[in-house]
Design a protein around this ligand. Structure first.
Ligand SMILES: C[S@@+](CC[C@H](N)C(=O)[O-])C[C@H]1O[C@@H](n2cnc3c(N)ncnc32)[C@H](O)[C@@H]1O
Length: 291
């Protein structure tokens, strides 16, 4: 692998500039496919990491040249998914950026009290392995119980990485992933502790699992948008991987699925590149759809 990676020396300025180096137009090709199909833009550092990962994958598949690997990624949907899995950053955790869940709790209580018997719909639009979606589920269940409201909720989790979606849907986490992150009372209430060969694992309780669905959705492609409109959309810690035009595309795609008065949550380090008339900024990277 070191041999392959070394032979694909990367010059200093990222994917555009690597075109002229030996074997490097294929690297540019891979970076281009990734940005065109997913919006994920690789800076120079991440192109270097891509080369290391791709070299490892080429050895697994016994593909001797990076041009050969590029052709496989271009022509084979399953290998494209493997490439996406290698290149996406899936880091997440329960109760990440906790202020958002305090805001969601207040908002859901208001919304459900104002519309007794209604169903609150939430969308985790870059769900990764599901911790965000299940945190939303715990909060919405707690909000409903606190106000003794008639009503219900559903959660949709979407991502472009099919493997993380499978993990999200299984809802099984190690004790390390939950302990210290999920408050002890919520852990007891919303998780089943594994025993025997499942010792050390926790599974999201079936009552919560029955209220969530996970499926593929590419933030760059409006054609796959869910057919319903949501009270709250979480679009967190994914925009940082996109260039401004693609940030706007993703925001417009999810805003179109937000109910008037609904809330949009971006990651704490993320912002709108330009003001969007439909969205009123409320602080903490949260926005309300005003029209
Ligand atoms: C760092 S995780 C964020 C997880 C969660 N939202 C959070 O804040 O903890 C980013 C996720 O965005 C997904 N992603 C990247 N590009 C995407 C796209 N074009 N459409 C949908 N999901 C995408 C990745 O697969 C990854 O699982």
């Amino acid at each position: 692998m070191a041999r392959i990676a070394k032979s694909l020396a990367i010059p200093d300025q990222g994917p555009e500039s690597v075109k002229t180096a030996s074997g490097s137009s294929a690297i540019s090709g891979l970076a281009r496919i990734l940005v065109e199909r997913t919006g994920i833009h690789l800076d120079h550092h991440r192109v270097s990491r891509m080369v290391v990962k791709v070299s490892r994958r080429m050895e697994e598949l016994s593909i001797p040249s990076i041009d050969g690997y590029l052709r496989v990624v271009q022509g084979d949907a399953s290998e494209f998914q493997t490439f996406v899995h290698m290149m996406t950053v899936n880091k997440t955790n329960f109760f990440r950026e906790i202020e958002h869940f305090r805001i969601l709790d207040r908002f859901a209580r208001e919304r459900l009290s104002a519309r007794p018997g209604s169903r609150f719909l939430a969308w985790s639009a870059a769900a990764s392995t599901g911790e965000e979606a299940w945190t939303i589920g715990m909060i919405l269940h707690e909000s409903l119980q606190a106000i003794h409201a008639r009503g219900d909720f559903r959660i949709l989790g979407t991502d472009i990485n099919m493997r993380v979606l499978q993990a999200a849907s299984d809802g099984v986490y190690t004790s390390r992933a939950v302990q210290g992150e999920v408050p002890a009372d919520l852990l007891r209430k919303y998780f089943e502790k594994g025993i025997g060969r499942n010792e050390g694992l926790y599974r999201v309780h079936s009552g919560l699992r029955s209220r969530a669905k996970f499926r593929y959705f590419n933030l760059m492609d409006p054609s796959g948008r869910p057919g319903v409109q949501f009270d709250a959309v979480f679009l967190r810690n994914v925009l940082i991987y996109f260039k401004p035009d693609d940030v706007m595309r993703a925001i417009q795609n999810v805003t179109a699925s937000l109910l008037p008065g609904g809330m949009l949550f971006l990651g704490h380090c993320e912002a709108l590149p330009v003001k969007i008339p439909e969205l009123e900024a409320l602080g903490h990277s949260t926005f309300r759809r005003v029209r």
